[in-house]
Design a protein around this ligand. Sequence first.
Ligand SMILES: [Zn+2]
Length: 223
Amino acid sequence: MKELIWGLLELVFPKFCIICHRSGDEICLECGSYWVAKPYKINFGETKLYFVKDYDSQAAKVTLLAKENHNKEAINLISFSIFLSIKALINESKLSGTINIVTIPSSSKTIMKRGRDNISDICNKVIKLLRKDGINANNTPVLTQVRRVRDQSKLNRVERIRNLDYAYGLKNKQLDGNSCILMDDLITTGSSLSEAIRALTEAKITILGAVTACAVGRKSLIR
Ligand SMILES: [Zn+2]
């Protein structure tokens, strides 16, 4: 019955690309190709950062569709890009064994408002893709916000750094192997990533690298 309804709905509302609105697939080949490509690698301080898509208006749209609309296609696209970034990091750094993935935390207020934890959902999808590829990984969200922070989207670069200064802490200091890969869906100014690196480094946890779906170029990052 459900299939029949979906079939009828598709007749009335044909599929269109969620990014460019061209009719056809939910993500057209051209738009999808930017997210399924060889990852870039840049140095973020002493941490290697891997990402696939340059941050632009398309990236902002897909990230927002995943975050606020819980759009399945957008979530899948972001998850696949992060999977590719992790694969690149594993291959280049010759990592083996089970990998801990630590996500950059959202505030509990944001999670409550959305009714879900977007980055955790993405992390679980990434882990499924890795397992299918024979790589064992665990979602180990040890980072948490330890004090109230303001909504980053309304702040400039300097305000963002101040806003997140000592904002993260570890809710669980036990991490198998004491090492992890840091993950976020989007990195713009890099203030969250910097703060996450500070918190983990102070807890003596080795960061094997950082991964994301999209990021702004090296010049716009904080360091
Ligand atoms: Zn498109």
